[in-house]
Design a protein around this ligand. Structure first.
Ligand SMILES: NC(=O)c1ccc[n+]([C@@H]2O[C@H](COP(=O)([O-])OP(=O)(O)OC[C@H]3O[C@@H](n4cnc5c(N)ncnc54)[C@H](OP(=O)(O)O)[C@@H]3O)[C@@H](O)[C@H]2O)c1
Length: 265
């Protein structure tokens, strides 16, 4: 049985990974800064803080494969995503892990956004490691787009950069690809994982509004600067890699099942 460590195991991707790994007969150690108190027969929870550098040695004991999905996009990405990844790599090198998998994001080398720049630097650290590694880039998760739209949904008008192309993907389908690579032989840099359709932000918002039975006006709100220009150029998409099959519309119907029947507001 392959012994796997999943960092960021409470997160969006980490949760999907845990489910698939346990279903696929892996032994799963799951790391969090605050692991759940209740014990689980399927999962060995451990405490790990990449910022503090605590819990590394015990998390990595007898581990064959690491899937490093911890990240701090709303926190100190230089400290967690860059330095934290370096710390984890060093500890993984010390125990000769067979495969260190790093999920990343499509376009991190083209889009000048500090989180993405830190992900790219972290990728470089992964590639320079002395242990075998695998890097899987994915496009934005459907759930991430929904979270962003949930936050504008309360506004009377929805100001959005409507012409930005996005190829969002079901996180479960990204987890499936990562688990396929979670073997004792590393794959290096793999093909990226994108969703089935490229929609503009305006189209994504319209489908979201329709599914939720809402009627708030969507207003085109162009955001100036190099970051949005890079997004507008399509650098966050991978049109040749439409790996996911669950469309945004199908995902929305699952996510907001009762809301289509609501009286529009
Ligand atoms: N979200 C997207 O749309 C998207 C798209 C493509 C690729 N990705 C990549 O997929 C990976 C996972 O993203 P996600 O969206 O699933 O992230 P997420 O939901 O924000 O989860 C990240 C996890 O990291 C853990 N974490 C944060 N700070 C930590 C620290 N100091 N030490 C240890 N753990 C820490 C947190 O766990 P605790 O709070 O339990 O410690 C959290 O559950 C990332 O590499 C991300 O770049 C994401």
């Amino acid at each position: 049985m392959i012994q796997t460590l999943v960092t960021g195991a409470t997160g969006t991707l980490g949760t999907a990974l845990r489910q698939r790994l346990t279903e696929t007969d892996y032994a799963v150690r799951a790391a969090s800064r605050a692991p759940p108190k209740e014990s689980s027969t399927d999962i060995d929870w451990v405490e790990l803080d990449l910022l503090e550098g605590t819990g590394l040695e015990s998390a990595l004991e007898n581990i064959d494969v690491v899937i490093h999905s911890a990240t701090a996009p709303r926190g100190d990405t230089a400290a967690v995503d860059v330095q934290g990844t370096k710390r984890l790599l060093k500890a993984a090198e010390a125990v000769d892990v067979e495969n260190f998998l790093y999920p990343s994001i499509v376009g991190v080398d083209e889009i000048p956004f500090s989180y993405y720049e830190h992900k790219r630097v972290a990728e470089e650290g992964v590639e320079e490691s002395t242990i075998p590694t695998t890097i899987v880039r994915a496009t934005q998760f459907h759930s991430f787009i929904a979270e962003l739209l949930d936050s504008v949904a309360k506004l009377p008008l929805w100001p959005l950069p409507t012409n930005v192309p996005i190829q969002s993907v079901d996180v479960g389908e990204v987890a499936d690809v990562i688990v396929d690579h979670a073997t004792l032989t590393a794959s290096g840099r793999t093909d990226p994982v994108g969703g089935p359709t490229i929609h503009s932000v305006g189209e994504l918002a319209q489908a979201y509004r329709r599914t939720r039975g809402l009627r708030r006006p969507i207003i085109r709100f162009p955001i100036p600067g190099k970051t949005m220009a890079a997004f507008r150029s399509g650098h966050a998409t991978c049109p040749d890699y439409r790996v996911g099959t669950t469309t945004w519309e199908e995902w929305l119907t699952e996510r907001y099942p009762h809301e289509t029947e609501r009286t529009p507001i």
